[in-house]
Design a protein around this ligand. Sequence first.
Ligand SMILES: Cc1cc2nc3c(=O)[nH]c(=O)nc-3n(C[C@H](O)[C@H](O)[C@H](O)COP(=O)(O)O)c2cc1C
Length: 403
Amino acid sequence: MLRGKHIVLGVTGGIAAYKACYLLRELQREGAEVRVIMTEAATKFVTPLTFSALSGKNVYTDLWTTNQATDSNIGTQHIEVANWADALLIAPASANTIAKLQAGLSDNLLTIVTLATKRPVILAPTMDADMYLNPVMQQNLTKLRERGYFVIPAAEGEHASGLEGPGRLPEIDVIIRFVDGVLEKAHLDLKKKKILVTAGPTHEAIDPVRFIGNRSSGKMGFALATAAAQRGAEVTLIAGPVSLETPRHVRRIDVESAEEMARAVIDESSRVDAVIMAAAVADFTPEKPVSSKIKKTKDSSRLSLYLKHTTDILAALGKKKRRPLLVGFALETENGRAHAETKLTSKNLDLIVLNSLRDEGAGFGSDTNVVTLIHQNGNVEKLKKMAKYDVAHAILDRVKNLL
Ligand SMILES: Cc1cc2nc3c(=O)[nH]c(=O)nc-3n(C[C@H](O)[C@H](O)[C@H](O)COP(=O)(O)O)c2cc1C
């Protein structure tokens, strides 16, 4: 995948900056065209001259100076570099730069280009084990991952400081393979497709304080939105109440209840090519939510709640004459296949993704999923246990073929 690809290699200030010289050579050997951006701190470890000599190009180090080699205009150089890239690889990525990216800071050329690019951003966090394991660093990495940045897991071993543990720059061939894999996923095969994804639970109000909810974390739907955006789709994500970061280049609409979710999906569905309903929408909602908090009284040992059915969003879309491609999810505890097949036909879906709470590594909150894909034409594919992000790509491969 690297042949002919434009890679911007960002180098930050750390002992491992010298290894980026080898990385640059290897990227070029694989056929990539590389431009290097160094932070000021990186230049304390390795001189720009070394990277310049290796790459045959001037190195970008300063926001306020133009790069003669690329004939850039100072006012637009950062945008020009951001658009030139097929991928941006920051290796080594310092704790400082990772924190800046998490916060959206843009105080040097590297952070500005990272903010400006629409292409995949790959980070190789490299630092002492204690810094790497610090909860704030792990939190920053999680947030960036959720937003759709790719993070190469750090290698373990001995550090220059003598500490042992994770935080080392992975071997060059591991980084090259990772970049290759990212470029393969980001081949924009869903460009110009409009995809609507729903995610998370819904909350059905009992009174202003209490609600009926479910255990959906939203991770599967967010993974689908992230993956679809990486493949070039125009993605709208309708999310129930979840605590997840909005993925890059995704338009997000937040809703609370099943009724709000139904309104938003039905409104948006006429403008999209596919709807993927990964949200766990409540089937029932309190008939009459109470407008003030229900008080506990001495003689109230029981409380009756009357529930009514919510709008069946997929069934409503399935009945439309001109409808987008419809993908549903079925989360079952028993007789999964039979229930999912009934749902597929009764709601007129194109594809249903079945997962069973009984499978280890499937279901709510987990980072992995075990799914069976059941097609309208009767095809059934049982996929092995995978990260939700990889399941998302597998589902999108089918969506692409069906569109
Ligand atoms: C000798 C030395 C080694 C360092 N190694 C690392 C490192 O491996 N990882 C890291 O995150 N910071 C390291 N630092 C700290 C960074 O250089 C510092 O936080 C700097 O502000 C990073 O700036 P940058 O993110 O703009 O490149 C090191 C500092 C020194 C003096």
